[in-house]
Design a binder for this molecule. Structure first.
Ligand code: AHG
Ligand code: MN
Ligand code: MN
Length: 343
């Protein structure tokens, strides 16, 4: 705890904020233990229940959600929580200064194959004039996040966290069960030769997006003049961790599989915390919708489980991807840039 406490102090986190972070990351140690036990504790497999997203929950989705919910409900600093596995906001303590949103178990399809999975979380200030049980508590811009992070249950158990300062990485010491600072400042390289996307969805992408990825595949003699490699973990937490570690571009674009649901990843508890971690490590994170590109952290949320397209990672590659999304399409309307930054 010493390392983590020093980092939070360095970022001028209040005592109450530190207590919420501590509650969250203490629970992730319990989740990590359950993950490590796997079949021995009977935690693998389906819970045979659907969540609000219409996805069948795995047992670990439910276990992780229940552990987080129960621990946070005992912390008087938490006004309300929102979770991928909860249809509505859960009101907690009326005088709590903070609200917390989380994806209790990211990468659920990896649970039964012993692949990478994680917990993603974010903390915002509670809004004074909004009821604790109102979703409007969570309709804040991502740039208002006070703290965002994930725990990656991989070969090592890692905590990646930002609380306004740099994005840092801690490793859970299996002997002491304490988080030890192992990278004080993650830095995403500006350029990359590695991309991350579910290629099975290619036929559902926009023509512009298809053109961008097609050019990545052309290799040294193509317009990009270099060979790109591809990686896809099927867990955002694993893919983003790779990008934070050695650079890359991670994409989950809009597609037309289901016209009522063009995007897959959720703004509140997937895109926003990852965008803050990436930006505080020198990368970029953006989203495109209706012919506009936005910095993810400047999207105004309109619903609790809102989905957004995501392109994030090495800054120069994100910029190049965005030029394809609009400038190469002769049919497209002029690009509307949503903010002053160079997107
Ligand atoms: P979750 O397990 O929380 O529902 O999230 C899964 C998400 C994300 O982690 C990952 O990037 C993506 O779904 C994988 O999608 P594909 O099934 O298209 O690979
Ligand atoms: Mn997820
Ligand atoms: Mn999940």
């Amino acid at each position: 705890m010493q390392d983590l406490e020093n980092c939070l102090n360095h970022d001028k986190a209040s005592a109450e904020l530190k207590s919420v972070v501590t509650t969250l990351i203490d629970v992730t140690k319990e989740i990590a233990f359950a993950v490590r036990q796997g079949a021995l504790a009977g935690v693998l497999g389906s819970a045979q229940v659907e969540n609000v997203q219409g996805e069948t929950q795995k047992k670990l989705d439910v276990i992780a959600n229940d552990l987080l919910k129960s621990a946070l409900s005992e912390n008087s600093c938490v006004r309300a929580l929102a979770s991928e596995e909860e249809e509505h906001v859960v009101a907690l303590h009326q005088s709590g200064k903070y609200i917390v949103a989380f994806d209790p178990l990211d990468g659920s399809s990896n649970i039964d194959i012993n692949g990478q999975i994680g917990t993603i979380f974010t903390i915002y200030p509670a809004l004074e004039n909004v009821a604790a049980d109102s979703p409007a508590q969570f309709f804040q811009l991502g740039k208002n996040q006070l703290c965002a992070g994930y725990v990656l249950y991989g070969a090592s158990t890692l905590l990646v966290l930002t609380s306004g300062g740099p994005t840092r990485c801690f490793t859970l010491d299996p002997h002491s069960n304490e988080w030890v600072l192992t990278n004080a400042q993650l830095q995403v390289p500006q350029n990359t030769q590695e991309f991350s996307i579910n290629m099975a969805n290619q036929r559902f992408w926009s023509d512009n997006f298809k053109r961008y990825v097609a050019d990545l595949l052309l290799g040294e003699t193509g317009v990009r003049g270099k060979r790109f490699n591809m990686r896809w973990n099927a867990a955002m937490v694993g893919d983003v961790h790779r990008v934070l570690t050695r650079g890359g571009i991670f994409m989950y674009p809009n597609d037309n599989r289901n016209p009522r649901q063009p995007a897959k990843l959720r703004l509140l508890y997937e895109a926003n915390p990852m965008a803050l971690l990436i930006e505080n490590a020198g990368g970029k994170a953006c989203s495109e919708a209706m012919n506009k590109i936005q910095r993810i952290l400047e999207i105004t949320p309109e619903s609790l489980h809102q989905r957004v397209s995501v392109v994030l990672g090495s800054a120069n590659e994100v910029d190049i991807c965005n030029t394809y999304l609009f400038k190469r399409d002769q049919q497209a309307e002029p690009v509307l840039i949503e903010n002053d930054e160079a997107y």
